[in-house]
Design a protein around this ligand. Structure first.
Ligand SMILES: Cc1ncc(COP(=O)(O)O)c(C=O)c1O
Length: 378
């Protein structure tokens, strides 16, 4: 005897499967704008121009995977912790597949993002203080567990550890392979590790000598640095998710918020396309990679567009108050031999990212400030 599938819950929104056709197929742009130093150009996948942003790919993949395995029942609520972009992706996937979406954010979440998430039908719960250990992420996860315990049938995608998150980016890899004849260097921001882990496999099968550069935030614990309070959202984390695989990367760069702001604003003025913290950070590093190796084909992913960041990256008063204006980013990063050799406080590069996996050999590293550059740029 087979059981009839359970009917959708009465509080579920109607599914709109036609929306799924809007995911992905984003443009690939050639960026030449100096950032601030001239470079030969790099390719940028403009994920902000796809419905639901880059994370719609991950959200649809995680929800369809869970439905296939019977972990997510038709119409059941989806609950996730997010600092924004995945929330928008889940709001999109929830509408497409017919699931109510509950998101746990924190009071650092930009007002514009709160409005966007609520405007797209998600219920938003905000935690108002970071946990003593694990920061905002740990505080959000604690609230998420409370909601899961009291919500019947609730499903938690767990973007930090769910293999369907990286799997959602196979479509992006296929789009890059269809557009590019060759690729030498892929530059990816890293937060949950989803898009970097999802792209690397298919792209290395196509181009076995591909080098992969991870871009993290200063103050992030992803690649072995000590966790600190961070201004930048999206890239970086105070925890180490399973989807972040340091061994996949040939090198890692940590970028500071002032450097990301400078790149975002130059991009917006010179190339029209821009984005937020992660876009600025990857653009800085991709431009450097293109300059460091003339002739190499370099590609990166701009995870979202600028609109969420009008009150931060593009707000003069905010940038002034946080000391993010006036400095010209260096022409190259500082180099450290090991992820824990020194604490990155500005753009810093390490060519042994996998060493972050080893247990900490040394005490907390001492910050090594960049010496002031004569005339600004180095
Ligand atoms: C705006 C933005 N950029 C970059 C990332 C990092 O991407 P991933 O989680 O795939 O590592 C995120 C993740 O949340 C994000 O929201």
């Amino acid at each position: 005897m087979t059981l009839a599938p359970a009917p959708p819950r009465s509080d579920a929104p109607p599914a709109e499967p036609g929306l799924l056709a809007l995911v992905g197929r984003t443009p690939l742009a050639r960026i030449h704008t100096p950032l601030p130093h001239p470079h030969p150009g790099f390719w940028a996948k403009l994920e902000g121009l796809g419905a639901g942003g880059m994370k719609a790919r991950a959200a649809v993949s995680m929800l369809t995977g869970a439905r296939r395995r019977g972990e997510l029942r038709p119409g059941a609520p989806v609950v996730e912790s997010t600092s924004g972009t995945l929330g928008l992706g889940l709001a999109f996937a929830g509408q497409a597949l017919g699931h109510p979406v509950v998101l746990v954010g924190d009071t650092e979440l930009e007002p514009s993002m709160r409005q966007l998430l609520r405007g797209h039908g998600a219920r938003l719960e905000l935690v108002d203080r970071p946990a003593a250990h694990g920061g905002w992420q740990a505080a959000r996860l604690a609230r998420l567990r409370e909601i899961l315990a009291r919500t019947e049938d609730a499903y938690w995608p767990d973007q930090y550890n769910n293999p369907d998150n990286p799997a959602g980016y196979r479509s992006m890899a296929a789009e890059l392979i269809a557009r590019l004849d060759h690729l030498d260097v892929l530059v990816c921001s890293v937060g949950t590790g989803g898009h970097s882990a999802g792209l690397v496999g298919p792209l290395r099968r196509r181009w076995p000598r591909l080098r992969v550069v991870g871009v993290d935030s200063v103050g992030s614990a992803l690649f072995g640095q000590p966790a600190r309070a961070r201004l930048m959202r999206g890239l970086g984390s105070s925890i180490r998710p399973r989807n972040v695989r340091p061994e996949l990367f040939d090198e890692v760069h940590w970028v500071g918020p002032a450097e990301a702001v400078d790149a975002c604003r130059r991009l917006a003025r010179g190339s029209f396309v821009s984005g937020g913290w992660s876009t600025g950070a990857v653009a800085l590093v991709a431009a450097w990679a293109a300059r460091a190796e003339p002739g190499a084909v370099v590609a990166t992913v701009f995870p979202d567009g600028p609109h969420r960041y009008l009150g931060t990256v593009y707000d003069d008063a905010y940038c002034h108050a946080h000391g993010l204006t006036g400095a010209t980013p260096a022409g190259h990063p500082l180099e450290i031999p090991h992820p824990r050799a020194a604490e990155a406080v500005g753009w810093t590069r390490c060519r042994t990212p996998a060493a972050a996996l080893a247990p900490a050999p040394d005490p907390t590293p001492v910050p090594v400030p960049r010496p002031p550059a004569p005339g600004g740029a180095v």
